[in-house]
Design a binder for this molecule. Sequence first.
Ligand code: P1T
Length: 385
Amino acid sequence: MTNQDQDFGTRAIHAGVEPDPTTGAIMTPIFQTSTYVQQSPGVHKGFEYSRTHNPTRNVLQDNLASLENGKYCNAFSSGMAATETVIKSLLPGDEVIAANDLYGGSYRLFTKVWANFGIKFSFADFSTPSNIEPLITPKTKLVWLETPTNPLLGIIDIAGIAAICKKHGILLVVDNTFGTPYLQNPLDLGADVVMHSLTKYLAGHSDVVMGALITNNADLAAKFQYLMNSTGNNPGPFDSWLVLRGIKTLHVRMDRHCHNGGIMANFLNEHPLVEKVFYPGLAHHPNHDVAKRQMRGFGGMISFILKGDDYGQAVRVMESFKVFSLGESLGGVESICTHPASMTHASVPKEEREKTGFRDTLIRLSVGIEGIDDLVADVTQALKA
Ligand code: P1T
């Protein structure tokens, strides 16, 4: 069932999902199988081998396509596997323009892995769409961005970038991990492909690593499926099932993430020890108007810098949290505090990080769905430290 007229919450729970025809089980079974019995060579029920297709994964893919208003979805073993599949569809000599504020693992994959295979990457500040134009050459095949960005919570005008890409015949890929399909739909704004780290808000419970690509372009979807089947970066059935289960509460969780995120951002913004808060919902955010236009809420990710910019002090604050856990990742029901410079973005050289205003003292919060008073009290006591 994928009725696009239905409410997001209805699709989150039902799109692609049917009761199991053999038993009536309401929950999609975990088809934990590597292969499928054939009646005669080539005569089968549509499944041959689980690297190629798996029924549990298929249901998840149909569900995700519906949530992103796309026709096709391919799921992968991680967000990075999804990302590298897009890059693998290019050829040596092709050029990619990427936003200069993005997940450190994406930067590493581009500059340290795929650059060795003759694909050229250049980076720009995408906060003003026209900034990408000087970098476009006849070899530019792809533009890559995420919005909100990781870790500076920058907002990029997807429709503005898409218009430039269309004019030059360049594909636009948007990593919608921080945004989620509940808060924004990049395909509706002109993007050709949406990428997700399903590990984060979509799975939502910090218990699985997975990724996905969603598109309306049949040729691209076929290419992604071909590359996945050829190179084997597919997800397992149990992981697919975990994400499918997580998505059933995405809309409810995101409402609470947005609510808690907004209160926390305002609290930090008024705190005497805090120098700067990065959150798209704050009126002083440089692209607050773009965020209001292209998003349905501002999410639960916040970064901030303390007054005095003292590294030791920032470390003491991060060590002092009691409800927030210190570590990598985001988007789970539990609150997490991350030190991007030493964790998620350690592979981005310090000089590159600092060009975007990303300092070693930056603290990133993934505000979970616990009681907001307890979260504010936790930040209050940690800042006192
Ligand atoms: O971890 P994986 O599922 O492979 O997804 C990679 C990825 C891609 N895009 C964005 C915007 C991401 O934030 C990530 C992973 N990020 C973290 C682990 C983190 O803590 O920022």
